[in-house]
Design a protein around this ligand. Structure first.
Ligand code: GDP
Length: 304
């Protein structure tokens, strides 16, 4: 529960508080109420379709349960949000898929600046704390400074890193890292990649080549391809996600910078429109500001 205490203040402020306010001043569940509810939901970036679904279902529920008290309406809203989130996707577990044997390989994709490197740094720390032997591959050889930035995280986390000079072939970095991971019995390998969306064909080729290299070395890998999205970019993040989904087999989302936006509802929109599970959320720049995403806790966190 306490895990979303920090980082959701902004979303709570516009979304939770606005809804709380709406409910506190509520007299009857009439059309005005639903109008305002829809506006609040859209304002929090849950997406138009999702807002309408919630509103429609709430109408039904209010009738069915003959809800009169505002406290009960709130419970129904929260319950509906959780149900709709769950219904929008398959029955997935929130954690990462791990290798049955040999190293687990996790590929991170996403455009520059969304927080890929930072997320890897935070995640490496988390797994190291859990007693896993962690290796990083600095395969973003394109963005100036990316290798050095990942190296800083490796040192801070006390984990190993495989790197080559800037502009090296990213697949060569991945190849070396896989060899090392297997030979030295690493539990998990995190691969940072470059996010060049300007050239979709290039990006697609590069990721495809990387995946071929990975699968040749570790047949059931990559175990996850995590797309990192910046929550503060709102609908733009959704568009990026669609592009990456077309480009490679994304298995899950890491949604960063939720602390910097009031639009926490984007989590629901991602679920609804992309049918991809959000696996982790970033709630700040510090090492422990990455949390596994637990839908019900997150939604309750919005209304605290
Ligand atoms: P990359 O280009 O995708 O590797 O992005 P970086 O990891 O370099 O991150 C870009 C900026 O976003 C950095 O200044 C990070 O500190 C910041 N950042 C990453 N995740 C979060 C987050 O969850 N919250 C906040 N507030 N900042 C973040």
């Amino acid at each position: 529960e306490a895990r979303y205490d920090k980082g959701l203040e902004k979303s709570r402020h516009t979304f939770g508080e606005r809804l709380n306010h709406l409910l506190a001043n509520f007299r009857s569940v009439d059309e005005d109420f639903f109008d305002e509810l829809e506006e609040t939901l859209i304002g929090a970036d849950v997406g138009y379709d999702m807002a309408m679904q919630i509103s429609d279902q709430l109408r039904e529920e209010v009738k069915l349960q003959n809800v009169k008290k505002s406290k009960d309406v709130k419970n129904v809203v929260v319950q509906k949000l959780i149900e709709l989130y769950d219904a929008a996707g398959a029955d997935e577990h929130t954690g990462l898929k791990m290798a049955e044997q040999g190293p687990t390989v996790i590929l991170f994709v996403g455009v520059n600046g969304v927080g890929k490197t930072t997320t890897i740094g935070k995640m490496a720390n988390r797994f190291k704390q859990e007693g896993q032997k962690v290796l990083l591959a600095a395969a973003d050889t394109f963005r100036a400074g990316a290798i050095q930035q990942l190296n800083v995280w490796a040192e801070r986390d006390g984990v190993d890193i495989v790197k080559k000079p800037e502009q090296s072939d990213p697949s060569a970095v991945v190849f070396d890292a896989l060899k090392k991971a297997k030979a030295e019995n690493y539990d998990i390998l995190f691969v940072d990649t470059a996010g060049r969306l300007q050239n979709k064909a290039n990006l697609m080729n590069e990721l495809a080549k990387m995946k071929r290299v990975i699968t040749r070395e570790v047949p059931d890998a990559p175990h996850e391809v995590l797309l990192v999205l910046d929550a503060t970019t709102g609908q733009n993040a959704l568009n990026q996600a669609k592009l990456f989904k077309d480009t490679t087999d994304v298995s899950g989302i890491v949604l960063t910078k939720l602390d910097g936006t009031a639009r926490g509802g984007i989590v629901l929109a991602i679920r609804n429109e992309l049918h991809l599970p959000v696996k982790y959320v970033g709630l700040g720049e510090q090492v422990d500001d990455l949390r596994p995403f637990v839908p019900s806790e997150f939604i309750y966190g919005l209304f605290k």
